[in-house]
Write a protein that binds this ligand. Structure first.
Ligand code: KIV
Length: 310
C-alpha cells in the first residue's frame, strides 16, 4: 500500500475525487467512433449526471458519456424532462466534463432551447459546448428538426439525433410509448432517420423501437445508431446509469429494456443503516477513525482544564 506524503494527507472530508485515473485511456474522438462503427464493434454509451457518475462511467471504459436530460427525472426529482432548464443542464454538464476525460461527452439540449428556430438551436448548442464543456449535443426529433441539425452541424458542433420515443414530446406521443410498431410508423421512423442523417448528425439514438425495425433502419444508414429499447441490431447501446446500476428505491417502475447490473441502492441503504446503528451504539468512530495526541500533551491539557473554574 502506498503511503501518501505528508503534504497530501487531508484532514477534512472535503477532498476531491482524483480527476485522472491512473490508467487513463486514450481520448475517444469522432474518428475513434467512426472506426468502431466501420469495424462493426458496438459503441458503448452511458448517461452521467454529476462528477462521480461521469468519473465511474469513464473509468469503466464507456466510449461515450451522455449528460441526458433524464437528469430531470432520475437525479433532480422532476415530473418529466420538460422541467429542466439550460442553466441546470450546464451545471451538470460541467461536473461530468470535469470527470469524463477519456470518453466522448455529449449533452441533451433541454426542451425549449432549440425548437423555435435553427438559430435558437445553434445558440443553445454553442452554450452547451462552450459553457458545459462537452463535445457534442443531442437533440430530439426527425424530419422537422433537420434544418436545426444542419445549422448546428455547420457551426462545427457534432450532433447526435434522437428519434423513436422522444421523451420531451411525451405529451404529444400520448406517453412513453413504443414507436414504429406499424408499417406506417416504421416507415415514418425510417424517413426521420434518413432526414437526421442527411442533415449532418454523426449518430442517432433510437429509443423504444421494435428490434427488427431498428436493425433494418441501422442497415439503411451510413452513420451509427445507438439503441435504447431498440434491440441488438443497433450500432451501439445506451442506458441511464441510475437505472442499470439499480440506484433507485424498490418498487420503482422500470422499462422492459432496462437490465439491472448492480444494486447500488441496496448496498447504500445497508451501509447507511449500519452507520446509524454504530453511531447510536457508539461503535463508530472507534479508535482507528480518530486522531491521536501524545500522552504528555493530553495530561498537560487535562491539568490545565482542571484548574479552570467557571
Ligand atoms: O435523457 C437521456 O438520458 C436520454 C437517454 C435515455 C438516451 O436521452
Amino acid at each position: 500500500m502506498s503511503i501518501p506524503c505528508a503534504s497530501f494527507i487531508r484532514h477534512s472530508s472535503h477532498s476531491p475525487l482524483s480527476a485522472s485515473p491512473a490508467n487513463q485511456r486514450k481520448k475517444v474522438t469522432m474518428q475513434t467512433l467512426r472506426s468502431l462503427y466501420k469495424k462493426g464493434e458496438p459503441i458503448t454509451m452511458l448517461t452521467a449526471h454529476d462528477f462521480p457518475s461521469g468519473y465511474v462511467a469513464d473509468a469503466a471504459g464507456m466510449e461515450m458519456v451522455l449528460v441526458g436530460d433524464s437528469l430531470a427525472m432520475v437525479a433532480l426529482g422532476m415530473e418529466d424532462t420538460s422541467e429542466v432548464v439550460m442553466e441546470e443542464m450546464l451545471l451538470h454538464c460541467r461536473s461530468v466534463a470535469r470527470a469524463a476525460k477519456s470518453s466522448f461527452t455529449v449533452a441533451d439540449l433541454p426542451m425549449g432551447s432549440y425548437e423555435v428556430s435553427p438559430e435558437q438551436g445553434v445558440q443553445s448548442a454553442i452554450r452547451i459546448v462552450k459553457e458545459g464543456r462537452v463535445q457534442g449535443v443531442k437533440l430530439e426529433g426527425g424530419v422537422e428538426m433537420a434544418p436545426t441539425i444542419k445549422r448546428v452541424t455547420q457551426a462545427g458542433i457534432p450532433v447526435v439525433g434522437h428519434i423513436g420515443l422522444t421523451p420531451q414530446r411525451q405529451n404529444a406521443l400520448g406517453g412513453f410509448r413504443v414507436q414504429g410498431k406499424s408499417t406506417a410508423g416504421a416507415l415514418r421512423l425510417l424517413k426521420d432517420a434518413l432526414a437526421v442523417q442527411e442533415a449532418g448528425a454523426f449518430m442517432m439514438v433510437l429509443e423504444a423501437v421494435p428490434a427488427e425495425v431498428a436493425a433494418i433502419i441501422t442497415k439503411k444508414l451510413r452513420v451509427p445508431t445507438i439503441g435504447i429499447g431498440a434491440g441488438n441490431g443497433c450500432s451501439g447501446q445506451v442506458l441511464v446509469q441510475i437505472d442499470m446500476t439499480g440506484n433507485f428505491p424498490p418498487g420503482r417502475f422500470l422499462p422492459k429494456f432496462v437490465k439491472k447490473y448492480a444494486d447500488v441502492w441496496g448496498e447504500t441503504i445497508k451501509g447507511i443503516e449500519q452507520y446509524r446503528e454504530e453511531v447510536k451504539s457508539r461503535a463508530y468512530p472507534s479508535e482507528e477513525y480518530t486522531y491521536p495526541m501524545s500522552k504528555d500533551d493530553l495530561a498537560e491539557f487535562e491539568k490545565v482544564v482542571d484548574q479552570i473554574h467557571q
